[in-house]
Design a protein around this ligand. Sequence first.
Ligand SMILES: C=CC1=C(C)c2cc3[nH]c(cc4nc(cc5[nH]c(cc1n2)c(C)c5CCC(=O)O)C(CCC(=O)O)=C4C)c(C)c3C=C
Ligand code: FE2
Length: 430
Amino acid sequence: MQEPSDQDKQETVLVTRRDVLKMAGVGAIGVLIGSAGVGGVLAATGKLSPSSSKSATAPSDEEIVPFYGTHQAGIITPAQDYICLAAFDLTTTKLSAVKELFQKWTLESARMSTGEFVGTENTNPNIPPTDTGEAAGLSPSRTTITFGVGPTFFDHRFGLASKRPAALADIPPFAGDNLRPEWSGGDICVQVCADDMQVAFHAIRNLTRLARGTAVLRWTQEGFQRAGKSARTKDETPRNLLGFKDGTVNPDTKDANKMNQTVWAQSSDGAPWITNGSYLVVRRIRMRIEVWDRTILSEQEATFGRYRDSGAPLGAVNEFDKLPLDQKDSSGKSIIPDRSHVRLSHGDGSEEILRRGYSYSSGVDHKTGQLDAGLLFICYQRDPRKQFIPMQKRLAQSDKLNEYISHNGSAIFACFAGAKQGGYIGEGLF
Ligand SMILES: C=CC1=C(C)c2cc3[nH]c(cc4nc(cc5[nH]c(cc1n2)c(C)c5CCC(=O)O)C(CCC(=O)O)=C4C)c(C)c3C=C
Ligand SMILES: [Fe+2]
């Protein structure tokens, strides 16, 4: 049999999305998609037989990350290639409106995660389409949409002050911070990750549209990790914009006990509604790329405490070797320098965070003519007071890397537990 051409494959997916539209008029779409997914819709429309719904032309299981579950997707999910991170401020003072927003966001996020359109009405010529359309024909791309609320969510406006968890601490100022309000804070955050930037953008755009009258965007930041297709090996650690492998040491997301110890908030932690959720800390960290590029290799490696090429710790051979923190050279100096990034971030090893960062490049800083590029540092944890905050305090004080970076955005959010089908994100709080 002749292999379908790329054009054929695209056509089939386009048909999928048009079929979804047509079926919306029948009113059975939610039930159908809830139980069968997009492949089921295709099958029901006769465009694909059920057995072919996992073919190259229909979204396969690998392209869909389930939205519903005990935990929100997008936290321990293996990182996708792209991120669109958005912080919103609420413009309403009615808690009922906030609750409705989360209900709408939940339903539509679940749909977008399977590659469906937002809403049901896209063909009536007399009204604007409910979906903005730019993701038509695109795969679900492992989209995950993750929601959280910041400390300001618990101020006087909604009567929720008593529900603010102690772990949702204000991030204290750190030495050298250069924070800007336009990249900091927010009542709500929405993290969209996907293997296609257009799909991620589509999600943020449509969620913003749904929030009209209730919340407005405060800031957004897009980021990238690497292009999945261009990575030589799927499991290779991605490199940051300073050229080093970044993400080598991270708690094992497949180890459920470890995740309960380090990432997921527990019922014993004090705020029932956040149980099975997690705390997100975001820092927008600009890199002084031009200065770094004039720095000799041995100094770059001493800055991180790792070799650039292999990613191995200085004094070791392989990327995943243990840090030889006690090893000294002939003059008695530590092989992993005292002020190196890995030594300081590692500390005594008792504080661990789940890093899920992305590189960003946001054009030129017109004041200096230099690139505004760096790391959108993202980490998840069970309690930032015991994890991110003490770690960043050490780094801010002495990290050699500080010569080459500047933290210009900061935010913290309590990310809800996952939702059950029929429920909604944030249900325990409202
Ligand atoms: C407060 C937490 C951290 C910030 C902020 C941070 C910024 C930052 N990191 C890199 C690059 C690398 N980080 C690496 C390791 C590493 N970093 C942190 C924490 C923060 N980093 C931790 C906990 C670790 C692991 C420490 C350990 O136990 O070994 C590495 C080495 C490779 C790796 O393990 O990923 C690199 C490279 C940049 C560029 C940056 C700010 C721009
Ligand atoms: Fe780091």
